[in-house]
Design a protein around this ligand. Structure first.
Ligand SMILES: [Zn+2]
Ligand SMILES: [Zn+2]
Length: 97
């Protein structure tokens, strides 16, 4: 967690993130300034189902990687491939995967 928080401070300084005062008591809440409606995808390799998700830590870490290589990120496209819950359950009848 400490690394993430150190990165948070960096990105706030760089103007990528902005700390909001909404959830001050339940921990700080951070907002992506440049990608308000951004999301990434989980994709099922069996049925092709796509699930949208957004996970702040992933976004922040991708920024950290880009920065480390001297890149300024314009966009990214992240897909996590695997089995959806339905396909995993169907697998159960056919033994161990
Ligand atoms: Zn993303
Ligand atoms: Zn599936």
């Amino acid at each position: 967690m400490t690394t993430v928080y150190r990165n948070l401070a960096l990105f706030i300084k760089a103007g990528i993130l902005r700390r909001t005062s909404i959830a001050e008591d339940s921990g700080a809440w951070y907002e992506h300034i440049w990608a308000q409606n951004h999301h990434d995808h989980l994709v099922c390799s069996r049925c092709g189902k796509r699930i949208e998700f957004s996970y702040q830590a992933i976004e922040i870490l991708q920024e950290a990687v880009a920065k480390e290589y001297g890149f300024t990120l314009e966009s990214h496209y992240l897909e996590l491939i695997g089995l959806c819950p339905d396909c995993r359950n169907n697998d159960g009848t056919q033994g161990e995967a």
